[in-house]
Ligand binder design. Sequence first.
Ligand code: ZN
Length: 538
Amino acid sequence: MVDSTILFHNGSVFSTEGPPDCWILIKDGKVAARGNSAEQIKDLNLDNATKIDLQGKLLTPGIGDAHIHVGDVGWGREVLDLHRASVTEPKDSARSKDDFVNLTREYLASEKWLTINDTVNNFEALGWWDESDVPDLETLDSLVSDRPAIFHRRCLHVMALNSKAISALRLDSEEFVPPANIEIVRDENGKATGLLREGFNLVSEIRVESSTTLKRRIILGLETCVKAGLTQVHACEGKEPGLIEAWLELAKENKLKIRVFLSIFYDAFVDLKTRNILPKQGVTFGDRLTFDRVKLFADGALGANTAALSKHYKQAPHSGIALESIESMTFKLTEIMDQGYRAEIHVIGDRAVDNTLDGLFNSGYSIEQIRKFRHILNHSQIIRKDQHQRIIDLGCSCSIQPQFVTSDAPWVYESVPDELHDALYTWKTFLDLGIPVHGGSDSPVEEILPLEAIEAAIKRSDGNGGTFMPAECLTLREALSIFTHGVAQGVRLENKIGSLLPGQLADFNILNGSLDDTSVQNWKILESFVEGKLVFKA
Ligand SMILES: [Zn+2]
């Protein structure tokens, strides 16, 4: 029998508390021991073990992503991505109407999409940022006239539709009853202009994809995660009908290389519940896929002026869109907890946070009971000081995406009212208050580049050579922790994974970095291991 004992030595083994160790022993997929002196190794009796000399390299607990849309990442790799297609430098995007039109024309001419989108009747693209860069309806129709076309803003909270999509959704029909909280932009004659805010549930009615397509996209998205060096992802899925079933099939076929914790969209949760096929919270399929939580949306996005604020936007005569009232939030949170599930609530504006906390307080569950669920406030971009204690009392945590700061800093002060500026992206404050913080990318909104995300948490670059609120910068140790230990905390598994303590599962990465560095800019993820098995090598 092959001895599955592996010793990694002569390196730097990261510890969330205290100085690093220099060796770690892995046995049968678990951490058997670790230590800080080479002398200790002699006593371990490792004659038959594999010994790997790290040559000074860094070994960290498995790096993860606490908020990512894996299916959408795969989808974004297949359809036209205006952002990626036009990247000439990081963060560049379709920056003009001409860009938008030319990139789409080029893509359509290649006919690539017809071969890829085997079962899809629609034309879909994503990646635009500014509404001023979206061509008018007539131009969109000249681009795609034979089928519905949906062009998603990069945040996926706003869409531009062509006339075929408008009529497929019957937006201009007399019987059309506009769903609550969706903003259909209309011209002076009341006709839909094609712009739709927070309309993804509505649009999903005309997005019908086969199980083969969905599975292919998941695999494509997950491969992207593996290649980025991730060992676990908290996948926010279920916007398309059939997506959760596609995940389940892949898990049972053992096609998932890294750990996946599902955060299921509320509608998918209700659908599974109604059909009596909702797995118990925490159940794992095929060793890798765990049903963890249910995703709710309390508001929209900042760039779209749909995040729900307590004050009016500077550029708009309103305070955003609360997608749930306190009553509906209370109902849904109660329903989720009744099923033994936890919730992950998309909250960008501070009013969305208020509604969510009120919803939890009103749920009928006691504070002690609510704390055990450890609900997650996702994004947590604007949290006022007076909200901290309520968050702590209810045992909630914050899932954050550090790359957002670099993307948003150039415009966010012009959008968010002055009174809320000191509430923006206050991650250091969360950590100092003992609020758990989980790091992620929200990909495809940001690229899956965990080291770029860690760097963004350390540097908080404002994209203009400055630092966005320097007091909120994290140290390298803190930034690394929120993407390892912090991600494990996000699924309440910090005792099993995330810090490589003896007895924990051996999920880890090997990198060419040093903990004495002040930046991870030149670091590289060289290898990833899940349960002691190599799953990626650069
Ligand atoms: Zn997201």
